[in-house]
Each structure stands twice: as C-alpha cells, then as structure tokens.
Design a protein around this ligand. Sequence first.
Ligand SMILES: CC(C)(COP(=O)(O)OP(=O)(O)OC[C@H]1O[C@@H](n2cnc3c(N)ncnc32)[C@H](O)[C@@H]1OP(=O)(O)O)[C@@H](O)C(=O)NCCC(=O)NCCS
Length: 157
Amino acid sequence: METIELRKMTRQLCHRLYKGWENDASIYMDMTLFQPFVYNEAAINRYFDLKNDFSRIMFAIMLADNPIGELQLKRIDREKRECTLSIHLQNDAVKGQGFGTEAERKAVKYAFDNLGMVRVYADTIIKNVRSQYVLEKVGFKFVREDKDFRYYCIERN
Ligand SMILES: CC(C)(COP(=O)(O)OP(=O)(O)OC[C@H]1O[C@@H](n2cnc3c(N)ncnc32)[C@H](O)[C@@H]1OP(=O)(O)O)[C@@H](O)C(=O)NCCC(=O)NCCS
C-alpha cells in the first residue's frame, strides 16, 4: 500500500497543492457559501503568509513527492500543551484510500512526540460523518456537540 508522509508546508508546496484543489461540500454548513475553488497565485501567497504564525504548523500531506492535502496543528498552546488538528485532502481522487487516517495518526504522534502536547482537539460540522468516523478510528473521543459542531479530543497516554 502506498503511504504518505507529513512535510512542513512551503510556499512552493502550497501552490502545487492548491493548483489541484477542489472544495469539499462536507465542510460547508451553509451550502449557499459553497463555490468551486479557483486557483489564484496572489491569493495563495496571501493565504500562505497568513497561516505562517507561531501558533500553527502547516503540513503538506505528501504522496510520492506530490502534495495531496493540507494538515494543520493550530491554536498551539505551549503552556497548556494543547493544540487543534484540521485536515483537508486536495480533491476526491485522493479521498477514501486511507491517506486521511494515516495523516491524522502521524500528526497526533508528531504533536505528542515532537511538540510535547498532551491533548489534541478536533471539530467537525454535524453533517461531516466521514470526518467524525475517521477521527474516532484514529482514537479521538467525542466530547460534546452544539447546534453546529461535534467536538473531539485525544490525550497522550
Ligand atoms: C475527512 C478526510 C480527511 C478523510 O480522509 P480520507 O483519506 O478520505 O479517509 P480514509 O480513506 O482514511 O477513511 C475514510 C473512512 O470513512 C468511511 N466513510 C466514508 N464515507 C463515510 C460516511 N459518509 N459515513 C461514515 N463513514 C464513512 C470509509 O469507509 C473509511 O472507513 P474504513 O477505513 O473503515 O473503510 C477527507 O475525506 C477530506 O479531506 N475530506 C474533506 C475535508 C474534511 O471533511 N475535512 C475534515 C474537516 S473537520
């Protein structure tokens, strides 16, 4: 089976990733906001600069040297030793093959082993059952839900 690795996102990887990007309806609570993604070089440069901050690590999910998704460890709190995971694969062609599960497992391990975190959070909109299923498969526990989101957490053993 092909396997993925997490690589720190670079500007160049970010452009390669978003050139093949498709927005996924499962993350839109309000479908009137859903629009097909259109690559724009300047917008990706702005996005990369905006996301490059001390509270976040952005990874490219790499498959055979191609970026196939983005995974972020964000809201990194070095005192509480907590952070939040988010993930989005590039397009439908790379979904449903186990890469998301593997990327989440690797990211959680990175958060515990490399960043010294004790807790990683994640949340999904209510309708995103696939993401909830994958989080649980990786070991996240359901914490609570409100009218819009389901909240999950995994703790270091
Ligand atoms: C969510 C996401 C990261 C999962 O990654 P993936 O590589 O597609 O998922 P995997 O192939 O690793 O695993 C999918 C699992 O969900 C299951 N699944 C698929 N659709 C499902 C559904 N509607 N309900 C429940 N389970 C579902 C599959 O059967 C598979 O389980 P299995 O391995 O036991 O057979 C990816 O689909 C994605 O980027 N989606 C769009 C963005 C998104 O939703 N991000 C999360 C925001 S919180």
